[in-house]
Structure formats: structure tokens, C-alpha cells
Design a protein around this ligand. Structure first.
Ligand SMILES: Cc1cc2nc3c(=O)[nH]c(=O)nc-3n(C[C@H](O)[C@H](O)[C@H](O)COP(=O)(O)OP(=O)(O)OC[C@H]3O[C@@H](n4cnc5c(N)ncnc54)[C@H](O)[C@@H]3O)c2cc1C
Length: 314
């Protein structure tokens, strides 16, 4: 197929807080960025309701509305926001070659990867139906809504232990649902949950169903050894079984850890490829918050700007 190949200075991949913040900075710096939204325009916050911890919104804001604000702010300074999924890249030469929707080829002097990560879910229908209505994959984000109430959390890794401890500080009781008779978490994290009187660990236990019509009222769990069933009376159900960074398409060129999180040079957003930068949850398995994603998005735009300036001065 013949096409005019577009050349851009800054190509931003992803439209969550990281991508849009990078776009705001790059466009205000006169770099005319092009941003591809991917399949989830606005990113993870579009599947949540109230966001109460993003500075600047004293009364809180709905996630989708906040991301509309981000988009408008990026467009105000000239960012070209386009619907499209990056399906292939060739970072072996400069300019970098990026293919969108298997059809459009873009040549980019710099690429900012802000493709985020997706929470892993149990796969229950009730989990999907009650998502945002008591079901959450982020204790730090949503735990506060259940203060003084009973909740459950599924998972057995370090993150699950950390989130269970976090919830125990806010909620009156935390059931920790663990599929096997042991945990994957480090011993120190296990000790922390085991010694917390507010956390009850349900070993060998799986979730059959999350209960409730319009909001979570309970969870039906089954002991996979005794087959005994039990209904937990809870108002929040947290899933902490891991995240999958959306980085597969870059894996032939970009260094990543064993889970697929992009490795950046500490103190920067630089990857192992010159001119390719990574920000937000795609490179952060620790903090995973909108404000940290936005912060690294800003860093990526500044890193890209400096890289381009250095190229011009050569
Ligand atoms: C239910 C829930 C509630 C949350 N609540 C809060 C909260 O209250 N406060 C808070 O601070 N944080 C909250 N978070 C966490 C927050 O949403 C994330 O930390 C933040 O969205 C990460 O931003 P990001 O820009 O890195 O990526 P994301 O928001 O994950 O966005 C990734 C973007 O990349 C795009 N993309 C992916 N692959 C491609 C591709 N191949 N080509 C093009 N585009 C692609 C996607 O379409 C998407 O637009 C919550 C998360 C969830 C799941």
C-alpha cells in the first residue's frame, strides 16, 4: 500500500495520565506531538468512579471526567490525539518506525511509551458487573471508600499482603482469600498479615461468586479441600492477583523485567534505546497511581525535548 509516511518529533503511545501529561508538556514546548490513544482512551481511570486523591480536585472527580480534562488540556496546546493502537515497532534505526493498526506507518524522532498496565481479574461475571461498585483492583485508590467496613482481598503475593495491611488500617476487618495453603509473598510480608489481628486469612479458599445487585454485599467462598462454602458479609472486594504491563509490542527492542515492566535508567525515563522513553504504569510496578504516572509523563516529555535539542546541536 502506498502512503505518505508521516514524520513526527514526538510520538506518544497511550492516553492515560502519563501519556496526556507528556502531551501537555511536549505541545507547550512546541514539539507538535501526536498521541495514539490505544483501545482504552483515557486509560485505567475510565473504569473507575470517584478519584479523590488527585491534587487539584478538592471535591473529587469521576475518573472518566478527569481524563476528558487531561485530553482537552493536551489538545489546547496542539497535541494531535488520534484513536489507534500501536501494533508494531522497529526501533533498530532512526527515525523510529511505528505501525498503527497494522496500516499506518509513522516515523518518529522520539517515542514516549505510556501504555500502562492492566489489572488481572478472577474472571467472574459478578466481578465485571460490580466493578466500581465495590469491586476494585486498587486498595490504595479505593480502600478509603470502605473505611470502618468489612472487606475481602484475593491474592497471596507481596502486593496482596501490602494491600491487605493497608486496608486493615482503614477497615474494621479484612478477609484475605488465599488459594493454596501457602503464600508466594516474602516471609516478612506474610508475617505482617499473619500478625495483624484485623486480617483473617482464609487458606485453600477460592471465590465462587461476589454477591450483591447494585453494590457488593458479600462474597461466596469455597474451601477447595473440605468443599465447605461460606458467605462473607463484606462491602468491598479487592483483587490483588497481579498486573500485566501493556508492553508486548516493544519486547524485541526494549529491556524489560521478567514481568514485562520496562526498565528505565534510574532518575530518568530513558530506555535502552536512544530516543525512546517510558513513563507511567508501563515502567512502574510499585506506585501505580495517576499522580505518579503524570509525574513520569512530565519527565518523559522533558527527556524527549532535551534529546531533540542535543540532536539539533550536533
Ligand atoms: C479501578 C481502578 C481505580 C483506580 N483509582 C485510582 C485513584 O483513585 N487514584 C489514582 O491515583 N490512581 C488510581 N488508579 C490507578 C491509575 O488508574 C493508574 O496508576 C494510571 O491510570 C496509570 O496511568 P498510565 O498513563 O501509566 O496508564 P493507563 O491509565 O493504564 O493508560 C494506558 C493507555 O495506553 C493505551 N495503550 C495500551 N497499549 C497500547 C498500544 N499498543 N497502542 C496505543 N495505546 C496503547 C491504553 O489505551 C491507555 O490509554 C486506579 C486504577 C484502577 C484499575
Amino acid at each position: 500500500m502506498n502512503q505518505d509516511i508521516e514524520r513526527v518529533k514526538v510520538l506518544i503511545v497511550g492516553s492515560g495520565p502519563a501519556g496526556y501529561t507528556a502531551a501537555i508538556y511536549a505541545s507547550r514546548a512546541g514539539l507538535n506531538p501526536v498521541l495514539y490513544t490505544g483501545g482504552q482512551p483515557g486509560g485505567q481511570l475510565t473504569i473507575t468512579t470517584d478519584v479523590e486523591n488527585y491534587p487539584g480536585y478538592p471535591d473529587g472527580i469521576m475518573g472518566p471526567e478527569m481524563m476528558e480534562d487531561f485530553r482537552k488540556q493536551a489538545e489546547r496546546f496542539g497535541t494531535k490525539v488520534r484513536y489507534g493502537m500501536v501494533t508494531a515497532v522497529d526501533f533498530s534505526k532512526t527515525p523510529h518506525v511505528v505501525t498503527v493498526d497494522d496500516q499506518v506507518t509513522v516515523h518518529a524522532d522520539t517515542v514516549i511509551i505510556s501504555t500502562g498496565a492492566s489489572a488481572k481479574w478472577l474472571g467472574l461475571d459478578s466481578e465485571t458487573r460490580l466493578n466500581g461498585k465495590g469491586v476494585s483492583a486498587c486498595a490504595v485508590c479505593d480502600g478509603f471508600f470502605f473505611r470502618g467496613q468489612d472487606v475481602a482481598i484475593v491474592g497471596a503475593g507481596d502486593t496482596a499482603c501490602e494491600e491487605a495491611s493497608y486496608l486493615a488500617n482503614i477497615c474494621s476487618k479484612v478477609y484475605m482469600i488465599v488459594r493454596r495453603d501457602e503464600m508466594r509473598a516474602s516471609q516478612i510480608m506474610q508475617n505482617r498479615v499473619m500478625n495483624n489481628p484485623k486480617i483473617e486469612i482464609l487458606w485453600n479458599t477460592e471465590t465462587e461468586d461476589i454477591l450483591g445487585d447494585d453494590e457488593v454485599t458479600g462474597a461466596r467462598v469455597i474451601n477447595n479441600v473440605t468443599k465447605e462454602k461460606r458467605d462473607l458479609k463484606i462491602s468491598g472486594f479487592f483483587v490483588a492477583i497481579g498486573h500485566q504491563p501493556n508492553t508486548e509490542v516493544f519486547k524485541d527492542y526494549i529491556h524489560m523485567d521478567e514481568s514485562g515492566y520496562i526498565k528505565t535508567i534510574p532518575g530518568s525515563t530513558k530506555t535502552n534505546v536512544e530516543g525512546v522513553f517510558a513513563c507511567g504504569d508501563a515502567q512502574d510496578h510499585i506506585y501505580r497511581q495517576a499522580v505518579t504516572a503524570a509525574g513520569t509523563g512530565c519527565m518523559a516529555a522533558l527527556d524527549a525535548e532535551r534529546y531533540l535539542a542535543a540532536l539539533e546541536n550536533h
